[in-house]
Design a protein around this ligand. Sequence first.
Ligand SMILES: [Fe+2]
Ligand SMILES: [Fe+2]
Length: 277
Amino acid sequence: MSTLTVRKLNVDLSNGFGRHWAGGDAYRTQLLNALSMTFPLGEQSFIDSMRAISEQRVADPALRAEMRDFIGQEASHRFVHVQYNAELAKQGLVFVREASIARRMRYLARSDPLSWLAATCAVEHYTAVLADCALRLPALLAGAEPDMRTLWSWHAAEETEHKGVAFDVYRAAGGTYGRRIAMYLTASVMLAIDIGLQTTDNLRRDGELWKARTWRSGMRTWFGADGLFWQALGPLLHYLSPRFHPWQYDNRHLATDWLAQHADAVRSAGTRDAGRY
Ligand SMILES: [Fe+2]
Ligand SMILES: [Fe+2]
């Protein structure tokens, strides 16, 4: 009944990847590495916030099925990013934002389940916007090592597929506009701080922080012709509308096209495999 599929990724990261796997570009590599570092904690929080909402509060059986598959997809992402981050640790990078993010996640877990889910909706919107950029624009993953391109594109495709689930559950469970916006504004500030500081620390440990080419790439990545800032600004502001819904922007074809063209990159996680999550 669910429109989602839980998949596993056919990529083996045990042989590692390059220090500048994103086309030799230190800035793009360390920005994406910083995001990856936050995913295991963040995605566990998404999963737990969904589990904290009793299924009795969600009348639609199809949405209840999507809640379960959302959890399966996020667990699958988490599994891969834990391996990814183990390689980053071998490269000498340190997840310096870990304690601060973990503290916030513990605070959310003790708060009202709807506030926790509102935080999940907020960060899911950011991941959906970034996923859209990753699938639609060639610049972000330009020159990336094939396995890393596959990993990020698969994650982006599934983030696109399930971008409405947390939002729909939040509304079905009685979440209000005010709480949604309060958590979005808070999450926006926290995300900017976490990703900014983590990217900077990654670049510093990588010995690339004070190189002009690093910051040229940073400016291009955010403010160039297809820069993330320009691409993301409209969709990020759109979330503030009382009438916002993630599927008002229907980009499902980006996910289905990528998955159709890369059928070998993933396999469906059957019930036996799903037990590993
Ligand atoms: Fe994810
Ligand atoms: Fe997600």
